[in-house]
Design a binder for this molecule. Sequence first.
Ligand code: NZQ
Ligand code: ZN
Length: 390
Amino acid sequence: MNNFVYNIPTKVYFGENQLSNLAKELLKFGRRVLMTYGGGSIKRIGLYDRVVSELQAAGIELYELSGIEPNPRIESVRKGAAMCKEHNIDVLLAVGGGSTLDATKFMAAGACVDHDPWEFFGANAKPIERALPIVTILTLAATGSEMDSGGVISNLATGDKLGRLAPALQPRVSFLDPTLTYSVSKFQTACGAADMMSHIIEVYFNTQKDLFMLDCFMEGMLKTIVKYAPIALREPDNYEARANLMWTSSWAINGFINGGKRKAWSCHPMEHELSAVYDITHGLGLAILTPRWMEYCLDETNVDKYVQYGVNVFGIDASQDKMTIARKSIRRTEEFLFDTLGLERTFGAVGIKREDYAMMAQKACRYGDIKGFKTLTPEDVVRIFEMCVQ
Ligand code: NZQ
Ligand code: ZN
C-alpha cells in the first residue's frame, strides 16, 4: 500500500442535546458569527429558534444568510464572502445539509481573498491558503461535508458544477445530532444513503493494493447502510437508524478509508455533470450511475473485487462461479437502490436527454480521462450514460 497522511482535525459532538456546547465552541473563535442555512427546513424543525436563543444568551453577535440552494450556487458564496468582510465575521456557523456546508466553506475562504470565489475552481484554480473558521450543525446524513475538506459549487452562467479540496476548508467543530434528521424526507434519506454508499464504493473498487483492515471497515459501513436506510425510511424517528447513518456519512469520506489510494473516483465526476445541467439531487444521479458503471467495468481481471463485495456485503453464496457472483452483486446493488430505497433507475425517468451526453462526458473528463477503477475516456462515459437510458 501507498504511504499516506491521516489528519482529521474536526472536533465532533455526536448525539442528542449536544448543542448546549455550541456557544462555548463558537466563542473560541470570536463573538461575531455568520449563520448560514438553506430554504427553511431548520425553521420548520425548530432548530433555528434553538440556535438563535442559545447564541443570544451567550452574547454572540449574530448575522444570517439564508436561502442556500441544493446544488449550491456561486452567487450564494459571493454573498456570504462579502458579508464576512462587511461585518468582520470571526467564525461561520453552517446549519443544514451538504449544500449549506459546502457553500459556507467557500464563503469562509472567499472572505480571506480579494478575488471572486469562482476563481477557486477549475483548471487554473487559485490557491486556498486560508479560510475563516467553520463550525457546522448537520441536518442531513449524506455528503460527509461535516468532516471533510471539500465542497462542490454550481455556476449556472458557465454550466459547471466543480469541486475543490483544501485543508483550510475542514470544519473545526461539527455537531451531529441524529434527531435533527428525523424530518428528512424519504427521498432525501434515500439519496443520502446512495451518496454515502457511493463514497465507499469509489474507494473500495480500486485496483491499488488494498489494506485488509480498511476493506473490512468499508464492508461494515456498506452493511450499515443496507441495514439502516430501510429502517429510517419506514420509521423516520428511529434514533438507532438515523445515528448509524449519520456517523457512516462522516466516515465514508473523511479520508480514513482511503489508506493512500490515489486512483480517481469515477461516478462522482460523471454525476456532477448531471446535477450541473439538470439540477438533480446528487445521490439520485449516483444511484442511477453506480450499478451501470459497475457493470461496464466488470471483466476477468477485476472480478475478484465484485465477488468480495457481493459475498461480504450482501451475503451471496460464495460457492458459485466468480462471474455469476459478480453479476448477482450488481443486481443486489440495483435492488437496494431502486426497489428498497425507491429511487428512479433511469435517465428517462428524471428527464436527462441524450443530446447532452457528449457534452457532459467531455466535461466529466475536463482534466483528462478518469483514471479510476477502470480508465474512462469521454467515449466510455457516453457508453455508461447510454446504459442508464433504461
Ligand atoms: O434547504 P433546506 O430548506 O434546508 O432543505 C434541504 C434541501 O431541500 C433539505 N433538508 C436538509 N436537512 C433537512 C432537510 N429537510 C428536512 N429536514 C431536514 N433535517 O434537503 C434538501 C437537500 O439538501 P442538500 O444540503 O442539498 O443535500 P445534501 O446534504 O445531499 O448535499 C448535496 C450537495 O453536496 C455536494 C453535492 O454535490 C450537492 O451539491 N457534495 C458534497 C461533498 C463534500 N463536501 O465532500 C461530497 C459529495 O459527494 C457531494 O458532491
Ligand atoms: Zn457524493
